[in-house]
Design a binder for this molecule. Structure first.
Ligand SMILES: [Zn+2]
Length: 342
C-alpha cells in the first residue's frame, strides 16, 4: 500500500524535529476538528465547486480514525483528544446525517466531544431534541447559511438567531463562531454584537475560531481592548499561520483564553495562509506561479506553518511550561468539561 498523502516528507520531518517537536506538549486537545463525509454535501454540481480541489479530493471522508492517523504522523507520540463538528458545506447539505456522523464518531471517544451543525431556520425545539439525543455539547453555525445578508456581510444573528443563543445560554453550550465581514473581528458590528450577546447570555461559551478570524495582527489589535476580560469568550488558533496574529492575540486578550485548534482536515494539506494589506488567503502548490529556483521550493503542512506561528508569536510574552500546556490542552479540556451533561 502506498503512503497516505499526509505522510511527512524530508522537509516536514526537518521542520518538525528542528522547530516544533520541543514546542508541542505530550497531551493535546484539538478544539477545532471537522469530521464529515462528502456524500452529505448533496449539490449535484459539487464536483466543479469550490471545495472539490481541496477536501473533496484529499479528504472526502474525514473520520476520527483518519484524524488520529494524521495526528500520529504530524505530531508523533502526542495524545490527542478533540472537539469535533461537521464541515459546513454550503446548501444543499444533509445536516441530519452530518450531525449523526459526529455523534457516532464521538461516542467511541469518551474524552472527546462534538458540536451540532445548526442553520438559522432550525427551531430551538429541534436543536434541543437533537442535543439530548446525541450528547453533542454545543452549536456550530456558519456564515454560508445566513439569512437576510450575503455571507461575507452577515452579522452574527443573521446566521445564529437569538433564540438559538438563548438556548446555548440556558444549557451552557459552546458556540464555535467563525465570524463574518471583511474586517472580521475588527468590524464594529461584530464587536458590538459580541459585547452585547455575551452580556445578555452569560451562560453561552463562545469560541472565536481562527484567532477571531484575525489571520494577521491588525484585526485583533483593533478589537482586543473591547474584548479583553469578557469571561465567556475563548479563541482558537486554527490555520492562522502568521506569527504577528498570534502575538497580537496572546498579548491582546491573554494567552489563558487561547486554545490550539487544527481545522483538520485542513491542517494536513500543504500550503500556508498568507496575509497582505487587509487580505488573507491560502497559498498552496496549485495556485501560485512564484519563481523559486533559488531555494527549496516545497511547501510543508498548513499545520506546521500554524505551529511555527504559535511558537514564534509567543516570543514577546514567553510561555511558561504551564501556559504551553494550557494553550495545547488544559484550557480546552476545562471548557469542554464545563458544559453540563444530562
Ligand atoms: Zn473550521
Amino acid at each position: 500500500m502506498s503512503d497516505p498523502h499526509w505522510a511527512p516528507c524530508a522537509l516536514d520531518t526537518r521542520i518538525w524535529e528542528e522547530e516544533l517537536n520541543d514546542f508541542v506538549p505530550a497531551q493535546v486537545f484539538d478544539v477545532h476538528t471537522h469530521l464529515h463525509d462528502w456524500t452529505h454535501y448533496t449539490d449535484h454540481a459539487k464536483a466543479t465547486g469550490p471545495y472539490a480541489p481541496s477536501i473533496g479530493t484529499y479528504f472526502p471522508s474525514a473520520t476520527r480514525t483518519i484524524a488520529d492517523a494524521v495526528d500520529a504522523a504530524l505530531m508523533p507520540g502526542r495524545e490527542v483528544d478533540r472537539l469535533s463538528f461537521p464541515f459546513p458545506y454550503p446548501r444543499p447539505i444533509d445536516t441530519e446525517a452530518a450531525n449523526a456522523l459526529i455523534a457516532a464518531e464521538v461516542s467511541g471517544a469518551p474524552r472527546s466531544a462534538g458540536l451540532m451543525l445548526v442553520q438559522p431556520e432550525m427551531t430551538v425545539e429541534h436543536i434541543r431534541t437533537t442535543l439530548a439525543r446525541t450528547g453533542l455539547i454545543g452549536l456550530k453555525p456558519y456564515l454560508v447559511y445566513a439569512r437576510g445578508a450575503p455571507p461575507a456581510e452577515a452579522r452574527i444573528t443573521d446566521f445564529l438567531p437569538e433564540p438559538q443563543i438563548a438556548l446555548a445560554d440556558e444549557l451552557g453550550l459552546i458556540i464555535m463562531m467563525h465570524l463574518s465581514k471583511r474586517d472580521a473581528i475588527a468590524d464594529p458590528d461584530n464587536i458590538r454584537d459580541l459585547r452585547d450577546l455575551t452580556e445578555r447570555y452569560p451562560g453561552a461559551k463562545w469560541c472565536l475560531a481562527h484567532c477571531a478570524r484575525s489571520y494577521s495582527a491588525w484585526a485583533i489589535e483593533a478589537a482586543a481592548a473591547s474584548l479583553r476580560g469578557i469571561p465567556n469568550i475563548w479563541y482558537d488558533t486554527s490555520t492562522v499561520c502568521e506569527a504577528d496574529a498570534l502575538d497580537a492575540l496572546y498579548t491582546g486578550v491573554g494567552v489563558d483564553r487561547v486554545m490550539y485548534g487544527s481545522d483538520d482536515l485542513i491542517g494536513p494539506m500543504r500550503g500556508k495562509y498568507i496575509a497582505f494589506g487587509r487580505a488573507w488567503s491560502l497559498l498552496h502548490p496549485g495556485n501560485h506561479s512564484l519563481t523559486l529556483g533559488h531555494c527549496l521550493p516545497d511547501m510543508t503542512f498548513i499545520r506546521y506553518e500554524q505551529l511555527r506561528a504559535m511558537k514564534r508569536g509567543a516570543r514577546q510574552i514567553g510561555l511558561t511550561w504551564a501556559q504551553r500546556k494550557a494553550l495545547f490542552h488544559d484550557t480546552a479540556r476545562a471548557l469542554v468539561d464545563s458544559v453540563p451533561r444530562h
